[in-house]
Design a protein around this ligand. Sequence first.
Ligand SMILES: [Mg+2]
Length: 200
Amino acid sequence: MKLTTNDLRTALLNAADKMEEHKDELTDLDREIGDGDHGINMSRGFQAVKKELEAKQDFADLGELSKLVGMTLIKTVGGASGPLYGTIFVKFANTWKGVGEAEGDALVSGFEEALEGIKTRGKADAGEKTMIDVWTPFINALKSEGDLSHAIDEGLAHSKTIMATKGRASYFGEATKGVQDPGALSSSLLLNELKEALHD
Ligand SMILES: [Mg+2]
């Protein structure tokens, strides 16, 4: 699997459209087990990313592109998810500095560093009903050359069944079982677009 700078740019433009399509759904879920701002936050952040990427089409490498995206998300997303989504792209930027195309171990390390960043920043781990429950199976499938779509779907479905023990959702306890975590859903939207950008 290979990720080129131009394909990552395209995937992010598509992800911005997906966040917009699912804005109300993300907000409704966050109203059930959070503070109701996730759809608005993700929409604001990814629309800002879209604007930046439409203004600048040529990037030297994955690092330069990821850095701009990370900084833009940190500035605009807000809430608890702003720093988490920003961290993903800051870690991409650090790992892929000067890298025009990432493949093999270099590709996997970008995603692993991003996941470690989310865990550190969110003080969370797998099994706590967060975006980590979608990122973890995605990376495992990437490492084992498994089915990425299936991994995303399975992670999302499993995260829905378990109880939230981190973040604001944890205050809702048992009531969170059976409700989709909005951060897991927005991560599945992003990862589905990143998956499309990966080629043999
Ligand atoms: Mg929220």
